[in-house]
Ligand binder design. Sequence first.
Ligand SMILES: [Zn+2]
Length: 483
Amino acid sequence: MRFTFASRLFAGLLCLGLLANCAVNPVTGRQNFVMMSESEEVRTGKKGAEEVRKEYGVYDNPALQRYVNDVGQRLAQKSHRSNLEYHFTVVDSPEINAFALPGGYIYITRGIMAYLNSEAELAAVLGHEIGHVTARHSVQQHSASMAASIGVALGSILVPELRGGAQDLLNLLGNALLSGYGRDHELEADRLGAEYLARTGYDPQAMVKVVGVLKDQELFDAEIARGEGREPRRYHGLFATHPDNDTRFKEMVGEADRLAQPKADSRQAAYLAQINGLVFGDSPSQGIIRDSRFLHDGLGFGLNFPPNWKVKNSPDRVIALSPENDGQIELHLAGPARGTPADFLRRSIRLDAGNELETTPINGLPAAIMSGVRQGKPVKVGAIFFRDQAFILVATAKTPAAYNRHRTAISSAIDSFHALQDSERKLAKPTLIRTRTAKKGETFANLARLSPLGKNAEGYLRLMNHAYPSGEPQAGQHLKTIE
Ligand SMILES: [Zn+2]
């Protein structure tokens, strides 16, 4: 389902004559020119939900899922569309994000949960997303050009049967879901979220706190990004774009204060008990990235991507990008190993020219490598059989010149596929959040030395304890540490 702006406009005009296609906005009570009926909206959300499951994976902790769902359902019942069936899911991603699909499918990453410090703050994030659903923002805003702005999955084009869900998801729903809807919609979602907080018995000011936390997060990431020479990350919508001292934002949240109950409990202890043991950073079931190394304890293999390349992990593939973004290596698990690696490549890969095929074991494992050109771009595809599974590595570059520059790095990466060594197993273990009370004399510098987070540990610990940039733990306060 890809809507261009022109087709939306056209549908809008059509709408004048065909009122069945118009919908009353549940929040404003006014007619919106939207193309979807509520049942279509729910169908679209349901389809998207399958893609989200594939792309992100659901975090495997039923108790936490139940808790988040309960908080979400209580808010949704007080919303402008309490008739919808809502679904709240924690996705297994270290990214800091939350998003809503049309029709009431709402997602929060475990990554953002690490930085929240109370149930009220969790409710603020969920309430904001419910606001997008009740105001029908995702239905109003579909844009193919936005979908196109997220990276190309070259491997997925080369090996169509390996096509992952990510591109489908983006085509279906657009980038707006993942990166926000623009200032007016974001402010409206904040206003609605604050209202739902108040109606559910939370302090609406939790919305302001969450924006403050994410703002600090952004400042910290900008600091690290400068050191690493990369672009800072940007988070969902207004969380990214507006400062917590924004007057319009404060006014909107302030409006909800009149609905709030005096002395609302933020339920901090309840929240921290729920996230005790939460995975922080990469997930062991999806493989762990350590610098440019990718280690997968479950599947039992390791791979060294070129040093300084950015490695991104998602459930159906791992992608490494060169620092200049002109070279890419993708790793897929392609299914059961049948025949030989060379047969496998001949069967599944079609190149325009070249198709030069060499069969050489890689670190003692059966393997084959095909080189050639596809859509004017040089490519190298490796197939490696390991423990009855076929792994495929697809390497390519934007131009032949870039490919030549990266040629050696690409070959070394493909040749580095290996069975996990005992010494690597320890590195492949996840880091976990632990919650407890602070002892007298504890400092973030001390806690950082005991944590496995490496050089930025002190900053991370301060952020997750709302003590950025210079606070210290006070004896007896709730404290999150990383083990
Ligand atoms: Zn938003």
